[in-house]
Design a protein around this ligand. Structure first.
Ligand code: HAM
Length: 421
């Protein structure tokens, strides 16, 4: 027996059919939000990720030298390729709204919700610096989860990197980038170690403790504003705060209630410049379902063109964990699948013809080909996951009507070919 690589997954039809339904709901929602599909290669020059993904992702790449001695990597995230495509086409009318569901590869320690190969829906808006674009992006992620039956089962934790930078500056940080990375690890490290790291970048111990107390919890946007202004004296954050409050208002007003301000959400990736957000299950059992934010500088690093951007990525693995836990890991589209059984020689010939005719109308069907024994044929229909049988014998051929049986209820009807579907 040949083994599968650690951290990689096989998908058999019973799961794959559910996955396809999920991806199709993602595509459908992306389209109704005005996003158009794109695609890019699974291999890219490693250099592209050096430019801007950050060290953590770089250390997780599946990279190698190709026969032409170029440093190549399987893509660990989709954003750089998307931006590469964007800056290549200067003629595109903006704002651009693009989505895709690529496979991505990261050499991480496999664990619940973390694999070495995953599929990740990405949706990004370019050339639109408005808060409405921020709200649309979060709104799309939420609408996808809602369409999967997860309404009420998740929350979105939102933060604004600019506000965090003001806070860090006001409490004496000399290395804001490093301190944001420390906050990013807030729930993974001991409190003393967090404080120690903050102190080592110039923050007084009392202030570092105060910051930890703030970062520990989630707040309504009004609570967060009050604490930030009263405890940290962050200077002029009126515009940033006004913008994020308005984003919260739009989302709430349009039915997305589970949005909280969470100061520990700063995002590991290096390129974010403004609002950042992550979706989590409400009980906090799993890792993030999706994550994203605004990244207005990435295109300039690629091409010198400054194109504001906001987007998110939603992986398949945590989504599956959560949907299984909520009893939602099943197909919801009640598709009919017909198994056509000929009862005699003529009927068997006819069954093949009927199958091709029905497929012209996109009716899913297969003609039984496994021998003459009727009871075996009927057993096959059930075992192979068909929902209906179509029986064709002499009577049926004489009348031009076929016997259609619903295998779940046992109901049976005589139908003309054109009525079957
Ligand atoms: P990310 O937070 O690295 O962001 O990944 C986004 C989502 O992908 C995560 O919330 C998680 O659901 C899933 N994910 C990430 N790594 C793994 C893994 N090893 N196994 C399973 N699932 C995983 C990004 O990748 C950004 N490029 C997203 C983005 C798009 N930002 C702007 N536009």
């Amino acid at each position: 027996m040949i083994e599968k690589l650690k951290g990689f997954r096989d998908f058999y039809p019973e799961d794959m059919e559910i996955r396809e339904e999920i991806f199709s709901k993602m595509r459908k929602k992306a389209k109704v939000f005005g996003f158009r599909p794109i695609d890019y290669p699974s291999l890219e020059l490693l250099e592209m990720f050096r430019i801007k993904s950050g060290d953590e992702i770089l250390s997780q790449t599946y990279s190698f030298k190709d026969r032409g001695d170029r440093e190549i990597t399987l893509i660990p995230e989709a954003t750089p390729s998307t931006v590469r495509m964007l800056v290549t086409r200067k003629d595109l009318p903006r704002p651009v709204r693009w989505y895709n569901i690529p496979k991505l590869w990261r050499y991480e320690e496999p664990q619940s919700g973390r694999t070495r190969e995953h599929m990740q829906m990405n949706a990004d808006i370019f050339g639109d610096d408005s808060l409405e674009a921020d709200a649309d992006t979060i709104g799309l992620a939420c609408s996808i989860l809602d369409s999967l039956g997860l309404r009420g089962s998740y929350e979105v934790r939102v933060n604004e990197r600019g506000i965090m930078e003001h806070i860090l500056k006001s409490i004496g940080s000399k290395d804001i980038k490093n301190d944001l990375a420390t906050i990013d690890r807030f729930h993974k490290m001991k409190r003393e170690d967090i404080v120690e790291r903050l102190v080592s970048s110039g923050i007084e111990e009392q202030k570092a403790i105060l910051l930890c107390e703030f970062v520990e919890k989630s707040y309504t946007i009004e609570e967060a504003e009050q604490i930030i202004v009263q405890k940290f004296n962050p200077g002029n954050i009126t515009d940033l705060m006004g913008r994020i409050k308005e984003t919260f208002r739009i989302l709430k007003e349009n039915g997305f209630e589970n949005i909280v301000y969470n100061p520990s959400t700063v995002r590991g990736l290096a390129y974010y410049t403004g609002i950042v957000f992550e979706g989590f299950d409400r009980e906090g059992k799993f890792r993030s379902i999706f994550g994203g934010g605004r990244y207005n500088n990435l295109s300039a690093l690629f091409s010198g063109m400054e194109i504001p951007a906001v987007g998110f990525g939603m992986g398949d693995a945590v989504l599956e964990n959560l949907m299984r836990e909520k009893g939602l890991w099943k197909n919801t589209e009640n598709e009919r699948r017909y198994y056509i059984i000929g009862l005699d020689e003529k009927g068997r010939e006819e069954s093949v013809r009927v199958a091709f005719r029905l497929r012209q109308r996109d009716v899913q069907c297969v003609a039984h080909s496994g021998g003459k024994n009727l009871s075996n044929a009927l057993k096959n229909a059930t075992k192979l996951n068909f929902t209906h049988t179509i029986l064709i014998g002499k009577n049926e051929m004489d009348n031009g009507k076929y016997t259609v049986r619903d295998l779940a209820s046992g109901d049976q009807k005589s139908m003309e070919m054109d009525q079957i579907g």
